[in-house]
Design a protein around this ligand. Structure first.
Ligand SMILES: *Cc1c(COP(=O)(O)O)cnc(C)c1O
Length: 529
């Protein structure tokens, strides 16, 4: 198969490292120059994919796509199949990520990504990432015992979704410990119950007196600390890990083929738009990769809430953390009804910037010079972001960005209106607030693109039961609406009474105190093994 690239290598978006293997980029997470890892080349789908893969299930598609990025020398095909199988057998839906038609006349479909263990789309990537970590570590540790074993210590901060999905992805994995810091009393009750009721010995929840930003500062301090880095291999599970992006490409192609098989009005001449509720730009970036690989997607639509740095970029070409409205400079993250998208800057956007710079400033006849130019440009932009709070790109970059993407910003009021609207449609459908941001953006896109020729697939990123406040705000007080009965699945109801384990961290403890906790807990775990 000519399209296979058995020697796929990776480089850093800031030009500092080249030619790394998949294993290296997965275990390292972030490049040593501060950049993110990207594949040196984006492979193409094989020419016969549309016919040969037509009836493939989710796991078979995942295997085909991942094989284009992971050399069979690194992970033999039988091992890769088994990793995929184990990652997705934890999903409750037989199709893993089912496609549901929300409105037939408008050709509006919804891609349900929340059938994994924590009822959020992050499970799709983190279930696989956990198994990859374990696979690489166990292989490195063959023939080693006790303290000689290579041990990975994952440390992360969460405001809810990432932490629970990471814990479920890593629980019980050999040679990996996970520490998740959450702001005490500030994550939703469902998310708190999900995280703290996982009792595996390698899972450590730290409830920190303070805010999410305090948690993030502690994690950053640990990653920058030479002392713990001497004795522990720290790893991150946030969406900068390349394996997470790669894992997410599968559901785009799976959704496309579901549409081919099931929607009579979808033909070769139809246009397809994916609409993605966006925060860190990880979910939609997977869509960009699969589009570049050859999946016929007309546009990818970025849907943001009031934290709209991406939307403003697509309007103006300026990426600014502190927008000036009138004469008032706004600062900080805004709290919205879709908290998993409340971000100030989108970390994965850097990856797109690299490809745009490569395309615009590169030289077709000299790949190495083009890579260097792209890395330098990205380095300059990101340094301006850090020192000046933003940067502006040339019109040619903005033009290139608009080829594949459009953007929409959705307010909390509009989010609630959309949740109400679909609850009252026939049959009723209950949207979570993040999904509702995407569906609102879909409705706007539909109004501009006649549904006769265009299909929209709106990504559903969480189950409504996870975000009770917003759903109750939208639907509470309606005749006979009882949230617990209509929305909450039995798996989440059962969590209430479960035993919990959590380490309380008082205000005075500080990051050095947390370092001590991490060191002690890992020590105890390794001794018990
Ligand atoms: C993380 C998350 C998002 C945002 O995804 P990004 O990859 O960060 O853009 C949207 N919705 C939910 C429910 C999430 O948990």
């Amino acid at each position: 198969m000519a399209s296979h690239t058995p020697s796929q290598r990776y480089l850093s978006t800031r030009g500092g490292s080249y030619s790394l293997s998949f294993e290296e980029v997965v275990l390292k997470g972030l490049a040593s120059d501060g950049g993110l890892f990207i594949p040196q080349e984006i492979p193409s789908l094989p020419s016969d994919w549309a016919t040969r893969w037509r009836d493939f299930g989710f796991n078979e598609l995942a295997f085909e796509i991942l094989s284009l990025y992971i050399s069979p020398v690194e992970i033999p095909p039988t091992d890769l199949k088994s990793l995929i199988q184990r990652s997705y057998e934890t999903f409750r839906a037989p199709e893993t990520t089912p496609l549901i038609t929300l409105n037939e006349e408008e050709n509006l479909h919804i891609l349900e990504l929340f059938h994994g263990p924590t009822f959020a789309f992050k499970d799709v990537a983190l279930q696989l990432l956990g198994n990859l970590f374990e696979y690489f570590l166990v292989r490195r540790n063959r023939g080693r015992a006790g303290k000689e074993r290579h041990h990975l210590t994952v440390v992360g901060a969460t405001s809810g979704d990432t932490g629970s999905a990471a814990i479920y992805g890593l629980r019980g994995k050999i040679d990996v410990s996970i520490f998740i810091l959450h702001p005490k009393g500030r994550v939703s009750p469902v998310q708190e119950a999900q995280m703290t009721s996982v009792l595996d010995a390698n899972v450590h929840n730290l409830a920190v007196e303070g805010t999410f930003d305090d948690c993030q500062d502690i994690v950053k301090a640990l990653f920058n600390d030479p002392i713990i880095n001497k004795t522990h291999n720290l790893a991150a599970v946030n969406s900068i890990n390349w394996a997470r992006i790669l894992a997410q490409t599968t559901y785009y192609i799976h959704a496309y083929l579901s549409l081919v098989r099931s929607a009579p009005s979808f033909s070769e001449n139809s246009k397809l738009r994916f609409v993605v509720p966006t925060g860190n730009f990880g979910d939609i970036l997977a869509g960009y990769f699969i589009k570049r690989m050859g999946l016929p997607i007309e546009k990818l639509i970025i849907a943001t809430n009031a934290n709209d740095i991406l939307h403003r970029f697509w309007q103006s070409g300026s990426y600014e953390t502190n927008p000036v409205h009138g004469r008032v400079v706004e600062a900080g993250v805004k709290e919205t009804l879709s908290p998993a998208m409340d971000i100030l800057v989108s970390s994965n956007f850097e990856r797109l910037l690299w490809f745009l710079a490569y395309e615009v400033y590169g030289n077709k006849n000299d790949i190495n010079a083009s890579r260097k130019a792209a890395g330098e440009k990205v380095g300059t932009w990101l340094s301006d972001l850090k020192t000046r709070g933003g940067f502006s790109v040339d019109p040619s970059i903005l033009k290139a960005a608009r080829v594949d993407f459009e953007s929409e910003r959705v307010s909390d009021t509009q989010t609630l209106t959309t949740i109400k609207k679909f609850y009252h449609s026939v049959p009723p459908y209950i949207l979570d607030p993040h999904t509702a941001v995407g569906v609102t953006a879909s409705l706007r896109s539909i109004s501009r693109n006649p549904p006769l020729q265009t299909h929209h697939i709106s990504l559903a990123t969480a189950h409504p039961a996870k975000f009770a406040d917003a759903v109750k705000l939208a639907l509470g007080g309606r005749d006979g609406f009882v949230f617990e009965e209509e929305v909450v699945p039995v798996e989440l109801r059962e969590l209430e009474g479960r035993e919990r384990r959590v380490i309380d961290v008082g205000r005075g403890v500080g990051w050095e105190g947390i370092r001590e906790i991490v060191v002690e807990e890992v020590e105890r775990e390794v001794e018990e093994e």
